[in-house]
Design a protein around this ligand. Structure first.
Ligand code: AP5
Ligand code: MG
Length: 193
């Protein structure tokens, strides 16, 4: 089983690269943002509660996120592995994920950290806002999302560096070029297994 975390600020290309990875390596995409947006679209009580946070660019509480992640993992016990996108985002989430995976004896093998300059993040998300329909894709909320990423999520790099699992990839290149680099890292890992 191969478990990968795609890590990076809003707009770095986590969702885009996840789609390419799951197609090539037949893994399951677990995006907490997508799960929350699906719950909002359904109008579930959890979705309506989460929307309040998302629209302000704030993190949804850990217990809500962990319940969603656990339930998605339970629905996919036969999968070849997960691509975690936008999760974990806090130290508490990372520790909980490590515990969940330890029970299954299938730890995270790599954190793919997409590095993209801040100006480019605004450019990409504002461009996407023309078609995404995402209520958090506006300049004010993007600013908040980036600040929240820097204060609450970026410190996870130290957590995973301590485990020797972080692979840094320059996310400023084209989508195809970034995917080539990701494939090299995954194939390299698989060839040494
Ligand atoms: P989430 O849905 O995870 O959004 P995000 O992290 O803000 O990231 P984005 O989805 O905006 O960007 P991305 O990195 O996926 O980039 P993409 O591939 O789309 O979270 C949304 C909210 O939900 C959070 O703010 C929070 O409230 C809540 N939430 C979610 N998870 C949570 C958690 N674990 N804990 C607590 N709260 C949580 O690319 C962006 C654009 O750029 C696209 O148009 C794409 O086509 C383009 N693009 C991609 N790559 C390139 C490239 N190389 N060159 C040029 N353009 C590119
Ligand atoms: Mg995304």
């Amino acid at each position: 089983m191969l478990n990968i975390v795609l890590f990076g600020a809003p707009g770095t290309g986590k969702g885009t690269q996840s789609a390419l990875i799951i197609e090539k390596y037949h893994m399951v995409h677990l995006s907490t943002g997508d799960l929350l947006r699906a719950a909002i679209a359904e109008g579930s009580p959890m979705g309506l509660e989460a929307k309040k946070y998302i629209d302000q660019g704030l993190l949804v509480p850990d217990d809500v996120i962990l319940r969603e992640v656990q339930s998605t993992m339970l629905k996919n016990t036969q999968s070849k592995g997960f691509v975690f996108d936008g999760f974990p985002r806090t130290i508490a989430q990372a520790e909980a994920l490590d515990r969940m995976l330890a029970e299954k004896n299938t730890p995270i093998q790599m954190i793919i950290y997409l590095e993209v300059g801040e100006e480019e993040l605004y450019k990409r998300i504002l461009h996407r806002s023309q078609i995404s329909g995402r209520t958090d894709d506006n300049e004010e909320t993007i600013r908040k999302r980036i600040a929240v990423y820097e204060s609450q999520t970026f410190p996870l790099i130290d957590y995973y560096d301590a485990q020797g699992k972080v692979i840094r990839i320059d996310g400023m290149h084209t989508i195809d070029q970034v995917f080539v680099e990701i494939q090299k890292s995954i194939d390299d890992y698989l060839s040494k297994k």
